[in-house]
Design a binder for this molecule. Structure first.
Ligand code: GRF
Length: 202
């Protein structure tokens, strides 16, 4: 089976990108990171990618007249690098329906809560402020909504007395690093089947 080519979109530190690369290097994931795109010029993820010899480019929204042109530039690069699966890993922008449809069923996102609870920004803070006893992380296919697409995998993480955003996000992040490569692996093995809101693992 051909290697799945991943295109990673990220805005920040890139620890999930590194976890995915580690999984590939360990032979656990039959995929290749073909391209990393960041919308932030100073994002650490670009340095991490470049250090691994992965093509890493910055495409900034401010350099385009419209969101449509900005997304078209990203889509052009993803196509140029023959990307099969788009991985959002801390990408801090909502993608339009046009972009999502272009890569329909082939865009994944990771979110640090058990969706549909606590979508959007500051998920850890939301969970702590709500007084939830459990949060976690969710990997889902992306649709045109915010954190609303069909759920692929979830794992719970307890919220402990005295947890802060820092302590909770650290424990959730450790789970994210395990789960994201597993979900990508299922995709690469063609074991994910989207049926409406339901993702069947076959
Ligand atoms: C992760 O917590 C992820 O769930 C969220 O953004 C963060 C990205 O972290 N969507 P990193 O850049 O992968 O370290």
């Amino acid at each position: 089976m051909n290697k799945t080519i991943l295109g990673i979109l990220a805005s920040g530190r890139g620890s999930n990108m590194q976890a995915i690369c580690n999984s590939i290097d360990a032979g656990l994931l039959h995929a290749k990171v073909g391209l990393v795109i960041s919308d932030k010029a100073n994002a650490k993820v670009l340095d991490h990618a470049a250090a691994k010899g992965i093509p890493a480019i910055c495409i900034e929204r401010k350099n385009f007249h419209s969101k449509q042109e900005f997304e078209a530039a990203m889509a052009q690069q993803l196509t140029l690098y023959h990307v099969n699966l788009v991985i959002l890993a801390g990408f801090m922008r909502i993608l339009s329906a046009d972009f999502v449809n272009l890569f329909s069923g082939s865009i994944m996102n990771i979110h640090p809560s058990l969706l549909p609870a606590f979508p959007g920004l500051d998920a850890h803070e939301q969970a702590i402020a709500y007084g939830a006893k459990v949060s976690g992380c969710t990997i889902h296919f992306v649709d045109e909504g915010m954190d609303t697409g069909p759920i692929i995998m979830q794992q719970a993480v307890s919220i402990l007395a005295g947890d802060t955003v820092e302590t909770l996000s650290e424990r959730i992040l450790a789970v994210e690093h395990e789960l994201y490569p597993q979900a990508i692996r299922l995709y690469c093995e063609q074991r994910l089947c989207i049926e409406g809101r339901n993702v069947k693992i076959i």
